[in-house]
Design a binder for this molecule. Structure first.
Ligand code: B12
Ligand code: SF4
Length: 511
């Protein structure tokens, strides 16, 4: 069959700091190709809707698969499905990805028949069976498939992550993918899942707290195929197992692969095994993202971060010693007042690291959805991008956004300002010489993207599609496993070590 896979447009944040290749879609494409399908891909982060309709006209696909990792993209994806059926009524439309896996029935409802099926969970194992079933029937037998009136067996995980390496040849305009100064930048995956269980996060509920790895050979093989000089590691928590990180590093060295890396990890993982990160520093790791989340222990406890401010501070000291530039994230509580914003600003400007702020947002599939969603002030999907307040704010909303943007502006000036710019002049000159303008554009775009008026105006838009109703007040707290997309039924891989020591929770393995 001829299949067109599509990633929706960028959200607010990606306008500024990053825009990354749709790795999940590329892996699904690879699995479909392995089954003999003719697959094309279009990423609307770097192409326009007009290109999409031109592609529909030109390719006349039998099926269109829309990626829905981000809740805020739901309205765009539903409207694209409807517009697709309007111009190509015989074309099958299916949707898959992280967020839609938690709200599949609701999204089918919004589609009013324009979406033929949602594939919950990982796409590689069942995408091919799904497209065949859409044509030949039997959707109710496809693991993870939810149709209009049918629900298949539970979703399956891919047999081995070494299979179906991303089909990077399918995308176009790859030079538009970047993160900060890594411009252009590709994405690579070394592992999948997370064994921790932070209350605000859906990464662990999606994978049923499983944690799996690519073999060192496959990881290095994928890296070797990347042409871009920059690489973003998409792993939720990089190098949980030090021996895995070291083994990949040795393969990278053996193959003489030289890149610049940006990764995300936890402060406690970092301080426990700095030697892995020191080794990767030698291999080109220059930037690292640490999910600090809160500046006091009460905040960390509330998020069930299972780490402490002391560990966080130690992580920052070690990173500075290693010469790895760190960006940290703090979660803005909607209850913050002017005084709290000022405390956070003082804390953030007192340190050399880049500080990002994201607004606390209860996502379906998280524990906070069950505890907080009844307090939502809006169910407009578009506002669920962790840059908008969807819970009641203590400050009047306009004041809240003023404080938020003022804080973000101060933090951005800190690392995008004149002093920082002076340090990056060399990088900029090199990039411009190669026609790379993403990073340069980012530096001047801040005030257009972050504007309290713009954020407030987003709340006043007409709402067509709304998130599902929150669970009723009398509903008991959910059994944790009921949140899982991939339900762990038996241990398939080694559990993550250190269980019960209060540092690394035990990882489980999905079906
Ligand atoms: C890498 C990443 C990014 C990259 C995105 C790269 C890209 N363009 O896709 C960047 C850094 C840009 C990013 C940004 C954001 N992210 Co992000 N991101 C991730 C992360 C860590 C990994 C995703 C990934 O690449 N995984 C590896 C690939 C192989 O897996 P995958 O994409 O999930 O794909 C698999 C399945 O989902 C499925 N699938 C995916 N697409 C499709 C399509 C079809 C048709 C089918 C059948 C199946 C299918 O099959 C794939 C293979 O198994 C996830 C956490 C996670 N563990 O998923 C968060 C996550 C998805 N991000 C999240 C958020 C909140 C954001 C931001 C909104 C944050 C912000 N405001 O800054 C932005 C918005 C991004 C945007 N659209 O512009 C949340 C989503 C919350 C939600 N419910 O919406 C997550 C879950 C993190 C979290 N723990 O909260 N993100
Ligand atoms: S450690 Fe990171 S990925 Fe894992 S549950 Fe916590 S926030 Fe999510």
């Amino acid at each position: 069959m001829r299949i067109l896979l599509v990633h929706p447009s960028v959200l607010m944040y990606s306008e500024l700091y990053l825009r990354l290749e749709p790795l999940g879609l590329e892996r699904v494409a690879s699995a479909l190709r392995a089954d003999g399908h003719d697959v094309r891909m279009l990423d609307l982060q770097v192409y326009g809707h007009r290109d999409y309709f031109a592609a529909l006209e030109e390719l006349r696909p039998d099926a269109v698969g829309l990626g829905l990792n981000y809740l805020a993209n739901v309205p765009e994806v539903v409207d694209l499905a409807k517009a697709t059926k309007a111009v190509a009524p015989r074309c099958k439309v299916f949707v898959g990805g992280h967020s839609v896996s938690f709200v599949a029935e609701r999204v089918l409802e919004h589609g009013a028949g324009a979406i033929d099926a949602v594939l919950r969970g990982e796409g590689e194992p069942s995408a091919s069976a799904l497209v065949r079933a859409l044509v030949d029937g039997g959707l109710e037998k496809v693991p993870g498939a939810v149709g209009n009136g049918t629900v298949g067996p539970p979703p399956e995980v891919v047999h081995s992550l070494d299979e179906h390496l991303p089909a990077r040849d399918l995308g176009g305009r790859r030079r538009r993918y970047f993160i900060g100064v890594l411009d252009p930048c590709a994405s690579v995956e070394f592992s999948r899942g997370c064994p921790w269980d932070c209350s605000f996060c859906s990464a662990w509920t999606f994978y049923g707290r499983s944690y799996r790895q690519l073999s060192a050979e496959a990881a290095a093989e994928d890296l070797a195929r990347v042409r871009e000089p920059g690489v973003f590691l998409v792993d939720d928590v990089a190098f949980i197992k030090p021996e895995h990180g070291m083994a990949i590093g040795r393969e990278v060295e053996r193959r003489r692969i030289r890149k610049q890396y940006y990764l995300e990890t936890r402060a406690d993982v970092f301080v426990r095994q700095p030697e892995v990160f020191a080794y990767w520093k030698r291999l080109g790791l220059n930037y690292m993202f640490l999910g600090i989340e809160a500046i006091d222990d009460e905040g960390l406890e509330a998020f069930r971060k299972r780490s402490t401010t002391e560990v966080n501070a130690r992580a920052l000291r070690i990173a500075r010693d290693l010469g790895i530039q760190v960006a940290v994230n703090l979660i803005v509580d909607p209850s913050w007042d002017e005084k709290r914003f000022a405390t956070v600003r003082d804390w953030a400007v007192s340190m050399p690291e880049i500080v990002h702020l994201t607004v606390q947002t209860p996502y379906p599939g998280t524990e906070t959805w069950h505890s907080e969603a009844r307090r939502l002030t809006t169910r407009d999907y578009r506002l669920f991008d962790i840059q908008h307040a969807v819970l009641p704010t203590t400050l009047p909303l306009p004041r809240f956004y003023e404080e938020l943007v003022k804080t973000q502006a101060i933090l951005a000036r800190k690392h995008l300002g004149v002093a920082a710019l002076a340090q990056t002049v060399g990088i900029l000159a090199r990039q411009l010489a190669h026609g790379q303008t993403n990073f340069a554009r980012m530096i001047w775009k801040f005030s257009r993207v972050y504007d309290p008026e713009r954020q407030l105006a987003d709340h006043r838009r007409d709402v067509v599609y709304e998130l599902p109703e929150p669970p009723p007040a009398h509903a008991a707290a959910p059994e944790r496993r009921s949140l899982y997309v991939h339900v762990p039924v038996r241990l398939r891989q080694q559990a993550v070590s250190g269980a019960g020591d209060g540092r690394t929770p035990r990882g489980e393995t999905a079906n």
